[in-house]
Design a protein around this ligand. Sequence first.
Ligand code: MG
Length: 379
Amino acid sequence: MKTISVLGSTGSIGIQALEVARMHNIKIKALSGNKNVKLLEKQAREFLPEYVCVYDQNSYKDLKERLFDTDIKVISGMDGLCKAASLDGVDMMLNSVVGMVGLLPTLSAVEKKIPVALANKETLVAGGNIVMNLAKEKNTPIIPVDSEHSAIFQCLQGNDRKDLNKIILTASGGPFYGKKKHELENVGVKDALNHPNWNMGNKITIDSATLMNKGLEFIEAKWLFDLEPSQIEVVVHRQSILHSAVEYKDFSIIAQLGMPDMKIPIQYALLYPKRLPSPAKRLSLTECGALTFEKPDYATFECLSACILAIKKGGIYPCVVNAANEAAVEQFLNGKVSFLKISELVIKTMEKFPYSEPNSYSDIENADKAAREYAISLI
Ligand code: MG
């Protein structure tokens, strides 16, 4: 069986990945979390990895003391994350950390030719060309974990890539589906965290409410599958049963369906190309009811429009919209800005920056930092 490293093991994807690992006896070489030392300790004692990384440097001592009676090495910070991502002897690194923080560990793994199961979409949004160029150069696969991208990846199997017309990226529409802009003026954090179908971390749940998540996925798909923006169609599908589809030249559409359960795409990435029983629930087509499809409301959900514009403009713009959004969502979760302010900050920040093409990690880091600072200065 495989040996993997799991970055972001205390988050929603990481916890479910460990469930998959438990079921299929996948060995864990490294675990990492942000600062939830209690859960990290519990996971470490169960899976006995060689390394555990706690990203938050202030939590290092605490975790080290908790694991003093074991042989597990405790590391921390960005250096620790990159080490955990690129250890010798692992078959795959699952990157499920939240935000831009995930970019450098992805590059570290690819540099060592370690295949990456990617659940950190910001990696490709901010550093798409750099990551994909390096992956090509190192001949190292990047396998998507995001449910939509996993669906597309699955629908591409066994077909000739040059016969592809377009992909159909489905969106649940989030908790504010059907609402117009003026109805969203007073929505609170609790309303936005109330997602109809998926149970996820806070940042991605807010991104789902603004449809920023779909915008980030649009950009992610462009890089993962080497597409033109005109080859990506976003379709609102309220039931989250059809996880995305592809259309071929002959106008055949092939889709992947299943329960809205992340354990299916996580397992597909970890065991690819094998298919084994999964810990997810089984979908019954006769019980799931009608499936509906419609166009998104781009005028209300401006974050989605902003992301599509950003990838059409290219250069640093995807990185800029992502950074502005990360800063804005943090402020929204802290009660500092309103819900509608999130898209306003994203758009205004994009308008502020002149075009430039990032050629290195430090170009991206600089653009990210400047965009965050500018977005915060507007509050
Ligand atoms: Mg998704």
